[in-house]
Design a protein around this ligand. Structure first.
Ligand code: B1M
Length: 203
């Protein structure tokens, strides 16, 4: 919460060495703390520089957890193109989803943040993924997901891949409303859903 990105690495390494599961460190430590920062931000008690410092510390800690979170050894499962939609710079959650998907054997192409609908459409056309993953953390940018699905439709690409959406303001109901194929509330569900969506595809 104080943004101490160097100290947090020592702390995470100590916890891992002591046998604390990586998932606990993530859920009970990192996500719990960034949620407090988010609430302070909403209440006007924390400002962007402090949130950026907290985000930098969180990213540093998540980097240490990644090898422990991502189970490995599974065979190749399919290709996923993923990105945070245009106007949105939030990427911590999306990066966690990427890590977990890679860990179970998906070939993941991460387009990064602030990705335009044309970039998503071009990637679907060129890379032919099984799944397109869209992330949004703002109530304003989540509406862009609908436009991306419309743009895929307009370019005749909608049937070429499944669309998976996620991010804090997104819900199952919203996913259905915009015509997505699925919604995942967290990185674990994203992996489970991606497996189901790709398993349903003809070989
Ligand atoms: Co921003 N921010 N932020 N922020 N920020 C929120 C989202 C906010 C809820 C804080 C608040 O007010 N309480 C609020 C949004 C309010 C709203 O829209 N209703 C907000 C705001 C307002 C803003 C700005 C507009 C502030 C401003 O400038 N006035 C601004 C917008 C910038 C922009 O994007 N254009 C802004 C900026 C920032 C920072 C840059 C400072 C920083 C981001 C740094 C970064 O990502 N590199 C930041 C942060 C850190 C947050 C909070 C505090 C934490 C987000 C986070 O990383 N959570 C956030 C408050 C909160 O969420 N508690 C907040 C941890 C992460 C593990 O969870 O991202 O939810 P999450 O990801 C989860 C699931 O959602 C899911 O799985 C993930 C892992 O389990 N998931 C998917 C995510 N993507 C998925 C995709 C999938 C499936 C699942 O399939 C494809």
């Amino acid at each position: 919460m104080k943004g101490r990105h160097i100290l947090i690495k020592d702390h995470v390494n100590e916890l891992l060495a002591g046998g604390t599961p990586a998932q606990d460190i993530l859920d009970r430590g990192l996500i719990a703390a960034i949620d407090v920062v988010g609430k302070r931000m909403a209440a006007g008690q924390a400002y962007i520089p402090e949130v950026l410092l907290a985000a930098r510390a969180m990213s540093a800690a998540v980097g240490l957890l990644e090898p422990h979170l991502a189970a490995s050894g599974d065979t190749q499962r399919g290709k996923i193109v993923i990105g945070t939609v245009t106007g949105d710079m939030h990427d911590i959650g999306k990066n966690l989803v990427v890590t977990m998907l890679k860990g179970v054997g998906f070939d993941v192409v991460d387009l990064g943040v602030n990705v335009s609908r044309d970039q998503f459409c071009d990637a679907v056309e060129k890379l032919e993924p099984d799944v397109l993953g869209l992330s949004a953390l703002l109530t304003t940018t989540m509406m862009e997901m609908r436009e991306i699905i419309r743009a895929l439709d307009a370019r005749g690409l909608r049937q070429r891949c499944k669309v998976l959406v996620g991010g804090a303001p997104v819900s199952e109901q919203f996913a259905r409303q915009i015509g997505a194929d699925g919604f995942a509330p967290d990185a674990f569900e994203a992996v489970a859903l991606a497996k189901r969506l790709t398993a349903a595809q003809p070989a």
